[in-house]
Design a protein around this ligand. Structure first.
Ligand SMILES: [Fe+2]
Length: 407
């Protein structure tokens, strides 16, 4: 049985099933381990981990700890409460209208980040006047329809990860700023920060950055230098404002002071850096990497919500949920009718009732003619269905993104 416990309950002989923490900030490249020494427990605590899941079938038990199912059930209930009071921003054009433009913007931004990183590696300055128009294009696409670009950026090739991750963080941060009601100038600066936040990774050797196996402590130390290195590169770039500098230096800080490089406590982390941290982790854990498979966005969101108790600003996490929906675009959902569909657009006021492209019947176990269902509408007006759960694509052996933008 999988149970959730506090780290102070952890003992030698327990089997950690999940460290309940994003792996970018901890030195254990594997999430699962049998605890064999007090030293390991200390290392887990030092990494800023407060709670872990244990597998009682593979190690010692804690009798009164809640099971993973109990934790998930109460978490879903909390999410429904959040969804009930959070409106989402409205799209100005349909997803189908925006998707072609969004593809071009994604490619343009991808190429730009590639150039910026290559220049940084050669010690050349960043040309801000080439970056700004790209951030502008991303922002305009988000304003037209936030689902198009954020949905497209769900798909990342392992080799392109570092570059597309930067594009993704920029895009999500712009969407987040917009839904949080921040002004255009702040949003632009945040977008710039998002696009450039990992520039310091240009100085990390490829062998470390893309290492498929577990990082050594020394390699982990090299990775941890990238916020400061990126900050130094941006400092040498004329015209870069405070917000991109702050995001670059502090996107790995955590509210409980367990982050890096400065182990800042929450009250000393700037708002935009706090928001960037959420977006950064959300994108990182949803992406396939050389050493692990990404989790579906809906699962990632629930993890971040769970971790927000210690690592993120809980209010910001809730605001982020308003921005991406609790069933983010690209999520595979099972409907009451037995149909599977992919979420394409959150509803303006009801996060439980997004638009969904349905394409598969679990009753007949066959593909059906793809059609858009608006879950906020009654039957007869293109709706009349309800989300039962979010599902893992591999469970049904389907690729929801194939049905994301219908012709
Ligand atoms: Fe980073």
């Amino acid at each position: 049985m999988i149970k959730k416990i506090a780290v102070h309950q952890l003992k030698v002989g327990m089997y950690v099933h999940d460290l309940s923490c994003d792996w970018m900030n901890h030195p254990f490249m594997r999430n699962r381990l049998l605890v064999t020494s007090e030293d390991e427990i200390r290392k887990i605590i030092d990494a800023g981990i407060h709670e872990v899941y244990i597998d009682t079938g593979k190690g010692l038990d804690v009798a009164d700890a809640p099971t993973a199912e109990q934790v998930q059930r109460s978490l879903e209930k909390e999410l429904v409460d959040i969804a009930a009071r959070q409106p989402a921003p409205v799209a100005r054009v349909t997803l189908t209208q925006e998707i072609a433009r969004a593809k071009q913007i994604k490619n343009q931004a991808h190429q730009l980040v590639r150039t910026v990183m290559a220049d940084a590696r050669l010690g050349k300055a960043i040309e801000l006047d080439r970056v700004e128009p790209v951030v502008q294009n991303i922002t305009e696409s988000i304003l037209r329809n936030p689902g198009a670009l954020t949905g497209l950026l769900r798909i990342k090739n392992k080799d392109d990860y570092t570059f597309l991750h930067s594009v993704s963080v920029c895009t999500l941060l712009v969407a987040f700023c917009r839904s949080a009601g921040l002004d255009a100038a702040t949003t632009r600066e945040a977008g710039l920060g998002g696009l450039l936040h990992d520039t310091g990774k240009a100085l990390v050797p490829d062998a470390v950055l893309n290492k498929p196996g577990r990082l050594t402590d020394a390699e982990f130390d090299i990775i941890r230098k990238h916020p400061k290195d990126g900050y130094d590169i941006l400092l040498r770039t004329p015209g870069v404002g405070e917000i991109p500098l702050d995001i670059t230096l502090h996107h790995h800080e955590r509210m409980d002071g367990s982050g890096y490089p400065d182990r800042l406590p929450g009250e000393r982390i700037g708002t935009l850096a706090q928001m960037a941290a959420i977006v950064d982790v959300y994108d990182a854990i949803t992406a396939d990497r050389c050493y692990h498979k990404g989790m579906p966005a809906a699962v990632a969101l629930r993890k971040i919500y769970e971790w927000s108790k210690f690592h993120f600003n809980a209010q910001h996490v809730q605001a982020f949920m308003r921005c991406v929906g609790i069933y983010p675009v690209g999520t595979l959902v099972l409907l009451e009718s037995g149909r599977l569909g992919v979420v394409t657009e959150p509803h303006e006021t009801n996060l439980l009732a997004p638009k969904v492209n349905v394409f598969f019947s679990t009753r007949s176990n066959t593909y059906i003619k793809p059609v858009e269902v608006d879950l906020s509408r009654p039957l007869g007006l293109g709706g009349g269905d309800k989300i039962l759960s979010h599902e893992l694509p591999e469970k049904w052996r389907v690729d929801p993104m194939k049905f994301f933008a219908l012709e």
